[in-house]
Design a protein around this ligand. Structure first.
Ligand SMILES: [Zn+2]
Length: 455
């Protein structure tokens, strides 16, 4: 028997799996083979009782290129985190009782200013990326800081450690709105820094694993000249764009005061709403803004945990999904206190139900909520995985042919075991994995076919 790996497949993964196939449908694959090519893409999916599977298993077992789930273990797509402020990792969970202005000026901006020191940046970012991988986050979209060198350090760490990442050097060049200890020195050097950053990330040789992102912090922190310049750079390099949009009453009103139109319309006017744009929060979008998002292919990074502290309201998630908008989840480290997309998934479910049913028991039931529906578990799973992939226009977030093998292996027997007694069907298992499990149940994580967690 030829014991070399079968041509075309670098490795085969065998086990039961859960993967979203649409926003409302999860495929339960009982005992399947996922055949991954040398580029880390799933080239073939077949049932273990397929006649061809026997031969494939024999080849790859002999060659040592077979990974098999043990009893109680299940493959899921890795999580996609659409909104992380990497420099805020050291203050995770801190000072969330402060108003946004106080939180930014007295906690967040002084911390972000410290990344002028690339040594500090390397220390923090190394720990952050390691932690997120252990949470099963195979892709993260990061805001870095205004510092070009420290932003490149984050991109390098992601490339070296093997996390799929989209990294942005932040632009905040408006002297009147930023603190004197933390801002871009001037508009021209801010834009030059963005171009330098894009070219350096492209030069990392990560094979597309790490991508640069044009990142105006938000409209209030940038001059018109910078915003227009960033729109032009995004178009010239065809790169992703990220920012914040209509997060709170304050931010939503800022654009009206400055331009006489909404945050979304203003960002669009600068060429910043594209098919590769991801806007964080978007809680206060008008229906017209939502149409603009749908038309331009701009996605929402829904950050339910930080919204509870800073957004003044709950995102009408049911309505935005029904409008066909691209939506994924963000932890919003450190406006959110949890580093796990699992927590964002759970909080998205809870807030969606609260908005639908209402919150104030002092009101009669019919007047208590919006009564326009809430999301279900399948949709929350979609948002955490495939929804994030669609938001980024990347082939990730599903265990299916043509998608990257960005996967996590969840061990329901680990850490004392999940409470899986009297299991009726695999849906019971999925419920426990999504709503009860933690990072301690992750036995392995792969990105583009490369194992990044586990032995
Ligand atoms: Zn943010």
């Amino acid at each position: 028997m030829d014991e070399a790996p079968r041509a075309g497949f670098a490795r085969i993964f065998r086990g039961p799996a859960f993967t979203p196939v649409s926003p409302t449908e999860v495929a339960v694959l009982d005992d399947h083979l996922f055949c991954v090519d040398p580029a880390g893409t799933v080239a073939r999916v077949l049932a273990a009782d397929d006649p061809e599977a026997v031969e494939l298993l024999a080849h790859h077992r002999a060659a040592g290129t077979l990974t098999e789930a043990a009893p109680g273990q299940y493959f899921l797509p890795g999580f996609v985190d659409l909104h992380v402020h990497a420099p805020q990792w050291p203050q995770l969970g801190r000072a969330l009782d402060r108003p946004l202005g106080d939180w930014l000026m007295n906690y967040t901006f002084p911390l972000e200013a410290r990344y002028a020191d690339p040594v500090f940046a390397r220390q923090v970012y190394t720990q952050l990326v390691e932690n997120l991988l252990r949470q099963g986050t195979t892709t993260a979209m990061y805001f870095a800081t205004v510092h070009t060198q420290a932003s490149v350090v984050l991109a390098e760490i992601c490339a070296d450690r093997g996390q799929r990442a989209l990294v942005g050097k932040v632009t905040m060049d408006d002297r009147s709105s930023n603190p004197d200890f933390y801002w871009d020195a001037d508009t021209a050097s801010a834009l030059d820094g963005v171009v330098e950053f894009i070219e350096r990330v492209h030069g990392l040789g990560s094979g597309g694993l790490v991508l640069p992102v044009v990142t105006p912090r938000f409209i209030p922190s940038c001059t018109d000249r910078a915003l227009a310049g960033l729109g032009e750079i995004a178009a010239r390099y065809g790169v992703h764009v990220q920012s914040h949009c209509s997060e709170s009453d304050w931010e939503h009103q800022c654009a009206f005061d400055r331009y006489g139109r909404s945050d979304a319309e203003s960002l669009d006017g600068f060429g910043l709403l594209t098919g590769r744009s991801v806007m964080a929060h978007c809680v206060h979008l008008s229906d017209r803004d939502a149409e603009l998002f749908a038309r331009s292919g701009t996605a929402i990074a829904h950050c339910p945990v930080s919204n509870a502290f800073f957004a003044d309201a709950v995102l009408p998630l049911r309505r935005r999904l029904d409008e066909g908008l691209e939506i994924g989840l963000g932890t919003d480290i450190s406006g959110g206190f949890a580093p796990s997309v699992r927590t964002a998934l759970r909080e998205a479910l809870v807030q969606s139900r609260t908005l639908d049913h209402g919150a104030d028991p002092g009101r009669p039931a019919p007047e208590r909520g919006t009564h326009d529906g809430h999301i279900v578990l399948e949709e929350a799973f979609w948002l955490a995985t495939a929804g994030g992939g669609e938001a980024l226009s990347l082939p990730i977030g599903r265990l299916a042919q043509g998608y990257a093998w960005d996967a996590q292996l969840v061990d329901t027997t680990a850490a004392g075991g999940l409470p899986l007694f009297d299991v009726r069907d695999s849906r019971d298992v999925l419920d426990a994995i999504l709503l009860v499990s933690g990072a301690e149940h992750i036995a392995g994580v792969w990105v583009a076919g490369r194992r990044v967690i586990g032995d």
